[in-house]
Structures are given as structure tokens and as C-alpha cells.
Design a protein around this ligand. Structure first.
Ligand SMILES: O=P(O)(O)OC[C@H]1O[C@](O)(CO)[C@@H](O)[C@@H]1O
Length: 391
């Protein structure tokens, strides 16, 4: 960050009772139980997962072993952090490292029986096979009868509140599926920017699989068929992350789920997406930096170059928002456009609020929310669509 950039305190997890503290001390223990109950890991994996929990709630950060393929990369990302207590590391860094270490503990990257086994797959699979998805697929039958403008708005809203359907929150947090109330809505700017662009290439940085990825894919199909995008690149995580984050395997499972609805709108959407992948108008992409513990202001040159050609990059979800604006206690009225000035393309954030970071709100909105008893920043009840145009 340039020395002249305004800054704000980095969020840490060292304050008992804070949201970040609760992620380590309340959510992760529940998550670990869920993971160990969902797959029949052996004694070595179980012990390693339990040790990770102990280390991450009171111990010091231990580096990855030298046999890990990315240990050098993490040494570099955490050069001044290893050996320090977990709660002295930035919350974003420590939470990301927790998920990397969980994969290490379960043997995801090691040669052996558990190689490539997604520890969160049982939850993701159950969601995709569940009744909520059946209802959501059936609702797609109404899409063709909607006027084009209405269809765009409905699908953008679905992609936004699909982010509410977050397995991490539902496995370990409060129940509930209420639609978020929008605290900021720059959607007209999103549509007008795409319309003004000659042959728009759109990038979408995905967040969760299942009930979030499904509406994301439907939105992508709409952008392509309505000519609002001529090409779409969908960026997914290179490995399981933050419980339900989408990987290529999740895209394929979701496509299969759509295509299984033969003769219905869902099936037609699945077929068009398949064809778009075949002819290259839809590309699934990934990059190691998508699982890095760093803000997007540190994008590596190759990923920055890929995104810089986009007419719009749509950034989904809470974690991506934290990385986009910086995981700091900014003033909530701090301008969104300033916070994301580093991003290489016009950018639209679609996010339900699930952590303390927030920027770009109007003062009366903040005052109204602060006057309530609600944990409005972290409850997942509120959402936003914030856009910065111009590269
Ligand atoms: O799936 P999303 O929307 O990125 O949400 C992830 C959020 O969930 C948490 O991991 C808490 O469970 C936050 O710390 C994080 O930002």
C-alpha cells in the first residue's frame, strides 16, 4: 500500500468476544467436529485435525512441512508471522492459513488414500441434492416469460442472495434463509457499464458452491444469451477453502445438476453453458492466488493482466469483499471507489455482510443500523451491490 493511502487498523482475532475471535474459538471447533463426523478419517488424520484446532486457538503458527508443495510460497506469505501466536496474525491471513492447514491435516495434497478428497464434499453434495435446490431449479421455468430487464435484475439479485446460502454460516452459525436487505444498490451502474462496452468480457470471481454457484451460473448464461457479455471467465478456487468455496469439481457437479433437468429451463441453461464451455465463450479459470491470505491489492502480475481486460469483474461474497477492500476497520462511509482503486478493471461487489469490514455506506444508513441492537455487519442479513467503473 502506498504511504499516502489512507489506512485503518488491520482486523486481528485477539479480542475475546469479537467476531474474528469467535471464528477461531466458536466456529472452527464446530466445523472440525462436522468434518470429522462426515468422513471416516483414520487416527492420523483425526489427530492432525485436533492438533490444528489446539494450535490455532492458543498456540503459535507452525509452518507447513517441507514436503508440502507450497511450503515455500507460504513461508514467503507469512515470513514475519511463523512462530507468533495465531491471534497476532491478521485475521484474513490466519483464517486462510487455517483452511490450508486443514487440507494438510486431512491429507488432501499428500499421496495416499485421502489425496484429492474434499473434506467439505459431504456438505456440498447434500446441499446440491437437497430440496431447496429442487425448488430453485423449478423456479427457473418462469424465467423465459420475464421481460429482459426484469430477468437481469432478478438474476443479479439471485446471485447476490445466493451468497446467503453459505454452508459455513449454516453449519456453525444462526439458522435462517431470509433475503438480505440491500444497504447499497449500484446495479444500474453495472448494467449501464456493460451496455456501454462494445463486446464485454466479464470475469466473475466465484464464492460458494451449491446454492450460490447455481444462480451464478444462471446469471452467466443470461449475460451470454442476452448479449450483455460476449465472453465470461468464471474464477474458482484451486482447492477446497472456507468450507463451501467453489472449485472446478463443484462447477461440474452444478452443471450436471442443471443438465439433469431435461426438457425444463434448468436443463436448457445447463446445455447452453456446456456449449459455451466447448466454444470458449465461458472459461473456467483458477489461480493459486485465489487461496492466498492476501488482499487483492497484492494481485500477482499474471492474474492482474487477465482481469485487466474485463469490462466488469463481478466479485462474489464476503471473503472476496474483505480481500477487495482490505480486511481493516475502515470507516463504513469510506468511499468504495477509493478502497478498490487498485483493482485492474471495473468491479462490482455482490456480497451479504458476514464479517466486520464494510465501506461505501451513506451516513444515515450507518446511523440507522448502529441504532439497532443487531449484529448487522456479521449476521448475513444485509447485502450490497457496490460498483466502481473505470479501470
Ligand atoms: O462465503 P463467504 O461469503 O465468502 O463468507 C466467508 C465468511 O465466513 C467467515 O469465514 C465466517 O464463518 C468469515 O470470516 C468469512 O469472511
Amino acid at each position: 500500500m502506498s504511504p499516502n493511502m489512507p489506512t485503518a487498523p488491520t482486523i486481528l482475532s485477539d479480542v475475546p468476544g469479537s467476531f474474528a475471535w469467535g471464528v477461531f474459538h466458536e466456529r472452527h471447533p464446530k466445523l472440525v467436529r462436522q468434518v470429522l463426523d462426515a468422513l471416516p478419517y483414520g487416527p492420523a488424520e483425526r489427530a492432525a485435525v485436533e492438533e490444528l484446532l489446539v494450535e490455532s486457538t492458543g498456540g503459535v503458527l507452525q509452518p507447513l512441512g517441507t514436503s508440502a508443495h507450497d511450503h515455500r510460497q507460504w513461508r514467503e506469505w507469512g515470513a514475519d508471522l511463523f512462530g507468533k501466536p495465531w491471534d497476532e496474525a491478521p485475521f484474513l491471513w490466519a483464517e486462510s492459513y487455517f483452511y490450508r492447514r486443514l487440507l494438510e491435516a486431512t491429507g488432501y495434497f499428500r499421496p495416499g488414500a485421502w489425496h484429492g478428497i474434499d473434506p467439505f464434499a459431504p456438505f456440498k453434495n447434500a446441499e446440491l441434492a437437497g430440496p431447496a435446490v429442487v425448488d430453485e431449479l423449478a423456479a427457473l421455468d418462469d424465467l423465459p416469460s420475464l421481460p429482459a430487464k426484469k430477468r437481469s435484475d432478478v438474476l443479479l439479485a439471485s446471485a447476490l442472495w445466493g451468497n446467503r446460502a453459505d454452508l459455513a454460516l449454516r453449519l456453525t452459525g444462526p439458522a435462517g434463509d431470509a433475503r438480505p436487505a440491500l444497504l447499497a444498490d449500484d446495479s444500474p451502474l453495472l448494467w449501464s457499464t456493460l451496455a456501454a462496452s462494445g463486446s464485454p468480457r466479464v470475469c466473475l470471481l466465484a464464492d460458494n458452491a451449491g446454492r450460490e454457484l447455481l444462480p451464478d451460473l444462471v446469471l452467466i448464461d443470461h449475460l451470454l444469451t442476452a448479449g450483455q457479455a460476449t465472453e465470461v471467465a468464471l474464477y474458482v478456487k484451486p482447492a477446497p477453502y472456507y468450507v463451501s468455496d467453489a472449485t472446478t469439481a463443484d462447477v461440474l457437479a452444478t452443471l450436471d445438476r442443471l443438465r439433469a433437468e431435461a426438457g425444463r429451463e434448468a436443463g436448457r441453461i445447463g446445455g447452453r453453458l456446456w456449449q459455451a464451455m466447448n466454444d470458449g465463450t465461458l472459461a473456467i479459470r483458477t489461480h493459486p492466488f485465489l487461496c492466498a491470505p492476501l488482499p487483492f491489492s497484492d494481485l500477482p502480475a499474471d492474474l492482474r493482466a487477465e482481469l485487466s481486460g474485463a469490462a466488469m469483474t463481478i466479485v462474489k461474497g464476503d471473503l472476496n469483499y474483505r480481500r477487495l477492500v482490505g480486511d481493516r476497520l475502515w470507516a463504513p462511509t469510506s468511499p468504495f471507489a477509493e478502497r478498490v482503486g487498485h483493482f485492474p478493471s471495473p468491479v462490482a461487489a455482490l456480497r451479504t455482510l458476514k464479517s466486520d469490514v464494510i465501506v461505501g455506506l451513506d451516513e444515515p444508513v450507518v446511523a440507522g443500523l448502529d441504532a439497532t441492537e443487531e449484529e448487522w455487519r456479521t449476521s448475513g442479513t444485509y447485502g450490497l451491490i457496490q460498483v466502481r467503473t473505470g479501470a
